[in-house]
Design a protein around this ligand. Structure first.
Ligand SMILES: O=P(O)(O)OC[C@H](O)CO
Length: 412
């Protein structure tokens, strides 16, 4: 039996999905054994993968978050394109079978698909219906715009329905990158890095400053509570401490498991942005395969990716986790089965991403060092939320330091 190692960053309900899929694949044949290993948060998993590659101990498969896409693309020679691997396994790779926005995001400009889009997501709004009722809010009406979110959060706090009104995972991914795309605003020059590596950040424009100052003001009395840089805010929502929560659609598995009386809604937009809502950009992660492995290992990886692409597997992955179906067939199958009629809101993440043709502001965000640039932003946001600086200062610093880091990373 050839072992295939798979490093990943999935916790809770999504970790169970990883283990179940690996087990099912292993039981479906006797040549290969996929061995999943949890390596920490997304940034930690990426760092572990880079260190292991340098030490010539890279795993076969590594799950890399959206932000690491540019890092992996720049690491030529370190990775083997997934399109090549799939054809090595005997299956002809046909990209028209996959959701177009997602394939484009994980492909080279010439169209070669580089990584396998295992878990693609779109950010949505979650709210606790019991807390809404207690606060005198309509439990069937999730707030649609940011001012509506702030108002609902204040009502939750002042009525005593919960200790905190609002919390959010991923301030970078949701409140800058998707905020930009959804409101059709530039996040950076050069189509946010999709058009070229030389990018100047634009996230200190007045509309971002207004948004972040609102968050900073709401943080003062705890109406907004910050959880952390990735998904650390999730327990604040699951425990009932906060009534409204923004997270990836892939956060749904844990919300369902918690048994809470929850509702969901689309990602809120800014009513002052004239084209909003536009479309969201793909988040989540994809599976990359390291170079330098044996042919037998690549055949095993191909067999596993073919297994993951099966319609029934994709449809189930989408339905239990909230991540997007990667193939069009799985999307069609889910529609036909009546799943979306029975589970209102579950099609929202797909519609948000595919509903409108992307503009130059909303194809995606790509930098050769986006994890580093996100960390710079997070440091500035944290200094803002603890009262050390205003939103204007935080965003000006994030742009200045971010631009310098980008220039350095591309050797300018
Ligand atoms: O929670 P995920 O897996 O959808 O990932 C969210 C962000 O895209 C990570 O950068």
């Amino acid at each position: 039996v050839t072992e295939i190692s798979w490093w990943h960053a999935m916790t809770g309900a999504n970790n169970e999905v990883v283990n179940t899929l690996s087990k099912e694949f292993n039981e479906s044949q006797s040549d290969y054994k996929v061995v999943p290993v949890f390596k920490g948060t997304y940034p930690e998993t990426l760092n572990a993968g880079i260190a292991a590659f340098r030490a010539k101990q890279a795993p076969d498969i590594i799950q890399v978050f959206d932000a690491g896409t540019g890092v992996m693309m720049a690491a030529e020679g370190a990775i083997k394109p997934v399109a090549d691997i799939l054809s090595m396994g005997g299956a002809k790779f046909d990209k028209s079978l996959y959701l177009p926005g997602i394939v484009a995001y994980y492909s080279k400009p010439d169209g070669t698909m580089l990584s396998f889009p295992y878990n693609s997501s779109s950010p949505i709004l979650y709210y606790n219906k019991d807390i809404f009722k207690k606060a005198g809010l309509d439990e069937n009406k999730p707030p649609k715009t940011w001012p509506e979110v702030w108002d609902a959060a204040k009502k939750i706090k002042t009525s005593g329905a919960a200790k905190c009104g609002y919390t959010s995972a991923w301030l970078t991914w949701i409140h800058t990158e998707n905020f930009a795309a959804w409101n059709n605003l530039p996040w950076g020059s050069n189509e946010n890095g999709i058009g070229g590596v030389d990018v100047e950040l634009k996230i200190n424009a007045p509309i971002y400053v207004k948004h972040f100052q609102e968050l900073a003001d709401l943080a003062k009395d705890g109406t907004f509570r910050y959880g952390g840089r990735t998904s650390e805010a999730k327990p604040l929502f699951l425990s009932g401490e906060c009534g409204i929560y923004n997270d990836s659609s892939g956060g749904l598995g844990d919300v369902i498991k918690s048994g809470m009386n929850y509702g969901t809604g689309p990602l809120p937009y800014d009513p002052e942005a004239k084209d909003a809502p536009q479309n969201t950009i793909p988040g989540g992660a994809s599976l990359w395969v390291f170079a330098g492995k044996s042919e037998e290992q690549y055949k095993g990886v191909a067999a596993f990716f073919n297994f993951l692409s099966k319609t029934e597997i994709q449809a189930r992955l989408h339905q239990v986790s909230g991540y997007l179906p990667v193939t069009l067939a799985a999307y069609e199958e889910t529609k036909k089965s009546g799943f979306y009629d029975k589970n209102p809101g579950r099609e929202t993440p797909i519609q948000q991403m595919m509903g409108k043709a992307p503009t130059e502001n909303s194809k995606g965000v790509r930098l050769v060092n986006l994890p580093q640039v996100r960390d710079i932003q997070n440091e500035e946001f944290e200094n803002m939320l603890s009262g050390k600086q205003t939103a204007q200062q935080a965003l000006d610093n994030a742009v200045k330091r971010g631009n310098a880091a980008i220039k350095q990373a591309i050797g300018q």
